[in-house]
Design a protein around this ligand. Structure first.
Ligand SMILES: [Ca+2]
Ligand SMILES: [Ca+2]
Ligand SMILES: [Ca+2]
Length: 317
């Protein structure tokens, strides 16, 4: 659906049609409007033997439709900060509170101006509860004295939501062993993923987090050369990769898997083996880390293709 086509040869597998505003756009043939991107309609067009998906451009707004006819639904980012303004993010559990309160949540809320961030806390997960969100970030759900044990039914709810296009990110390391990870591992089970129970990458006497610098090529790691970890847990799985999933170990440190990203169905799961990327010290005291860029990349990758995809700026504001 790239804008600016000159003729159908510049639309692989598609057709170049005028938008009526002096520009043109690639489109496809269709049987009904449900074959088209939301906001487009299927209909006859002069010069075409088959019905084609058509669009009348208007300014993009957060309404679940592709208003400006560029092929992307709700791609609004008024401040050009790289976080789609229409994105709907939820957190589960308790935010990291080492240092200033919930730096990550505050940062996100300021950039997703229409969607903001909803704190689900320990709310029971049902299909209706998770359906509104593009992304869910699991923070501290350590059950002992903080939350509650999640169930396999709730894991299935999350799994269905991911397969349908949801983006799930988990973190760990908020508590010492044992059982820090038992609860989040319940929710990761349908994806064949888990955290280990042995703490890894403990910061030394320098009192600074262990820099993670070994990154695979992946959208999450683009432009990132270092982020910090302390007392994390290794990511494991999938033991036998699902042939339908596409997984990348995108970060390693000390020989351990620290970050793993998996595409499952239409959705994405990102498992990070630590929580310090939510802490104030890592955002403020580390010009050698790219924490905001790491998060901006992560949010974009977690967001389902074709919706709320906005360019990431060279400098993250
Ligand atoms: Ca659009
Ligand atoms: Ca829209
Ligand atoms: Ca924004």
């Amino acid at each position: 659906m790239a804008n600016g086509c000159t003729d159908s040869s510049s639309c692989p597998g598609g057709i170049c049609i005028p938008l009526g505003s002096g520009t043109s756009v690639c489109t496809t043939t269709c049987g009904t409007t449900s074959d088209c991107i939301a906001g487009w309609t299927c209909g006859a067009m002069d010069g075409q033997s088959s019905s084609v998906c058509q669009c009348t451009p208007s300014p993009e707004i957060c309404d679940g439709l592709d208003n400006d006819c560029n092929g992307i639904i709700d791609d609004v980012d008024v401040n050009h900060d790289g976080i789609c303004d229409c994105i709907k993010i939820a957190t589960m559990g308790i935010p990291g509170t080492h240092g200033a309160l919930d730096v990550f949540g505050t940062w996100m809320a300021g950039r997703a101006s229409s969607g903001a961030v909803v704190a689900l806390g320990s709310q029971v997960l049902t299909a209706d509860v998770v359906a509104p969100f593009n992304i869910i970030v699991i923070e501290d759900i350590y059950q002992n004295g903080k939350g509650r044990a999640y169930t396999s039914d709730e894991a299935q709810v999350l799994s269905d939501w991911v397969n349908n296009g949801g983006g799930l990110m988990t973190m760990t390391g908020y508590s010492s062993p044992p059982n820090d990870n038992a609860n989040v591992n319940i929710l990761l089970l349908p994806f064949g993923l888990s955290y280990g129970e042995v703490q890894i990458l403990k910061k030394g006497a320098s009192a600074t987090t262990v820099p993670i610098t070994q990154f695979a090529v992946h959208p999450i790691t683009a432009g990132v050369t270092a982020v910090g970890v302390d007392n994390g847990y290794e990511v494991s799985g999938p033991a036998t990769p699902d042939p339908l999933s596409n997984f990348t170990v995108y970060a390693t440190g000390g020989g351990y898997r620290v970050g793993e990203a998996i595409q499952i169905g239409k959705g994405h799961v990102d498992v990070w083996g630590d929580e310090w990327i939510t802490y104030n010290s890592e955002w403020v005291n580390h010009p050698d880390y790219q924490v905001p860029l790491f998060w901006t990349n992560t949010i974009k990758w977690l967001t389902v293709a074709g919706t709320c995809q906005v360019p990431i700026p060279i400098i993250i504001p």
